[in-house]
Design a binder for this molecule. Structure first.
Ligand SMILES: Cc1ncc(COP(=O)(O)O)c(C=O)c1O
Length: 307
């Protein structure tokens, strides 16, 4: 978690406004019914200045989340891309986390959100590794949650809707209250799905696997990045379901996410994972750092410079 330090500007409904003026009314529809879609994007410090990682893929997912929820955004991908770049320039941080958000605004109440006006914002703040620098270095301890991940018959997990994160928060709180760092959610078939805000991978005998999209996960952009790296590194990769006990007997397990980066999991439900070395996770972490910092040949196209 992070205590937010105010910056100069937030982009709200088409313009950059002063940080303190980016406010809403308590009768904002989304506050009551969770009808908001959002993104989490990182801007990284590079030798050529701040660079936003896979911005278009994030904005495509943002527009798709809105589409699933019949939310009509009055901005195109190009306009949103420009908004993100303008915001990074206006706030002058070398690295930051960006949060595009579209929500049902003030004016109508009741359960048909299509009557409420849609508002769109992009905010940013300074945010280090979500599961901590120590977690990235030494691994985190994870608890398999008693809460089941929402599935596409309930709340579509592939749309990044605020309402899904009530499910994530229940799992996260349960893990933290039990003395763990993070949760792992199973899907309604009892197979491993993902973390509250991260995808999950396991390594067993040099085969790397992650649950398929059909297991009820958010299709993570870091997940996709890692899948590309596995091909680059000629590692064997499979998209397949696995059980909780297959996590216990893995050689390596790690989370991926924009906020968390690539974070090793050193323990699941009190069982230590592997030998405590994470050779494949480490290789992927190094490649990810190189890609996000503009040092990975052939992957320059993933960066949008905001200089
Ligand atoms: C539920 C969930 N799963 C996975 C992820 C990882 O996705 P990404 O790598 O695109 O950040 C996130 C983060 O957005 C998430 O909220």
């Amino acid at each position: 978690m992070v205590a937010i330090q105010p910056l100069a500007k937030i982009w709200l409904d088409g313009q950059l406004v002063d940080w303190d003026r980016a406010q809403v009314h308590v009768l904002t529809h989304a506050l009551h019914y969770g009808y908001a879609v959002f993104e989490g994007i990182r801007c990284h410090a590079t030798s050529r200045g701040p660079a936003i990682f896979r911005l278009d893929e994030h904005l495509e997912r943002f527009l798709n989340s809105a589409k699933v929820y019949r939310m009509k955004l009055p901005y195109s991908l190009e306009q949103l891309r420009q908004a993100c770049v303008d915001l990074v320039r206006a706030n002058g941080l070398p690295a930051a986390y960006l949060r595009p958000l579209a929500f049902s605004g003030y004016g109508e109440m009741g359960l048909d959100p299509t009557k409420a006006p849609v508002q769109v914002a992009v905010a940013m703040w300074s945010w280090g590794a979500y599961l901590g620098e120590a977690g990235q270095e030494h691994g985190v301890r994870a608890l398999v949650s008693s809460w089941t991940r929402v599935d596409s018959r309930m709340l579509p997990p592939q749309a990044k809707c605020a309402a899904n994160y009530a499910n994530s928060a229940l799992a996260k709180m349960e893990a933290v209250a039990a003395g763990y760092d993070e949760a792992i959610l199973l899907n309604s078939a009892g197979m491993v799905a993902e973390g509250p805000g991260e995808n999950i991978f396991r390594v067993k005998k040099d085969v790397v696997s992650t649950p398929p999209a059909s297991s009820g996960i958010l299709r993570g952009i870091t997940r996709d990045t890692v899948i590309e790296f596995l091909a680059d590194e000629h590692l064997v990769f499979r998209r397949n379901d696995f059980t909780r006990e297959e996590l216990f007997t893995s050689d390596e397990v790690f989370y991926t996410g924009t906020a968390a980066g690539i974070t090793p999991i050193r323990e699941v439900d009190g069982r230590p994972i592997g030998t405590g070395d994470y050779p494949i996770t480490r290789r992927l972490q190094r490649r990810y750092a190189a890609a996000t910092e503009g040092r990975l040949p052939g992957r320059e196209g993933w960066l949008t410079y905001a200089t």
